[in-house]
Ligand binder design. Structure first.
Ligand SMILES: [Fe+2]
Length: 266
């Protein structure tokens, strides 16, 4: 494959920023771990065409937590697309993450690819659901760009993790969502957060990727809530003009993760 023809995404998710950047969550300083993960990603990887952040960007959503994110992302001079998770305040996100480069847009064209961002948040609930307008928007974008390959980004998961506590929160109408994608052979990829662990599976012809968090990770196949000791993480995604996707999950080394204080589970 010719890497010169690829668009490269950096996927960072579930940053869980606190209102006070000095606060910790489950023993992690989430602000430090996000900054360390971001710095590692932009240092270790070739320049990205877009950074994708798929929700739970704030654990305690305030203007300050989104301002912290904006201040970290803006100097990179890379387009950054942010979408909401169950912990986020979309109105605050849209008010703060609203620059030319750092934004909450729902549709971006990347050459022969389009990126469609959906909101799976249910007010007052940690569970996911795609409202009629979100599914209609997806269908409309797919129909409007039949010659583009598509990446659909969304916070919640559409395939089970086989962790009972986690799967109680998956997109409740995931069958309707996947049925829309199955109608469109160029709907190549779904990218989600929320599950704090890696996933790489197929649903018909659509590849479904999840990326671990920039802070703590959840233990796979655990029936109840459980943190494991995996490091903060990010994913690289290369989108080739022929529709091929290449991807890799990168975990920070113990040394690279050294800014994390009071580590939990190590
Ligand atoms: Fe979440």
């Amino acid at each position: 494959m010719d890497q010169d023809n690829a668009y490269t995404l950096l996927h960072l998710t579930d940053t869980h920023l606190m209102a006070d950047a000095k606060s910790t969550l489950l023993g992690y300083n989430t602000a430090d771990s996000f900054q360390k993960t971001l710095a590692t990603a932009v240092t270790e990887q070739p320049p990205a065409d877009l950074i994708l952040l798929t929700g739970d960007l704030a654990q305690e959503p305030t203007a300050e937590s989104y301002r912290f994110l904006l201040d970290a992302l803006s100097p990179l001079q890379i387009p950054c697309l942010c979408l909401p998770g169950n912990h986020d305040d979309l109105a605050l996100m849209q008010a703060t993450l609203a620059t030319h480069l750092v934004h909450c847009r729902k549709h971006v064209i990347l050459g022969p690819w389009q990126l469609i961002a959906l909101n799976s948040q249910v007010q007052g609930s940690p569970a996911g659901f795609l409202a009629d307008e979100e599914l209609s928007f997806l269908q409309q974008r797919l129909q409007a760009h039949p010659d583009h390959h598509s990446v659909v980004a969304v916070h919640h998961h559409c395939l089970p993790t086989h962790s009972a506590w986690m799967d109680s929160m998956m997109i409740a109408n995931h069958e309707a969502f996947l049925a829309v994608l199955a109608q469109h052979p160029r709907a190549k990829l779904v990218v989600n957060g929320h599950i704090h662990q890696a996933m790489d599976r197929m649903s018909d012809a659509t590849r479904v990727l999840a990326t671990p968090s920039t802070c703590f990770q959840f233990a796979p196949y655990s029936s109840a809530f459980k943190i494991d000791g995996m490091s903060p993480s990010y994913r690289t995604i290369q989108l080739f003009s022929d529709g091929i996707v290449a991807t890799q999950v990168h975990y920070l080394s113990e040394r690279a993760a050294g800014l994390i204080t009071d580590k939990h589970g190590y």
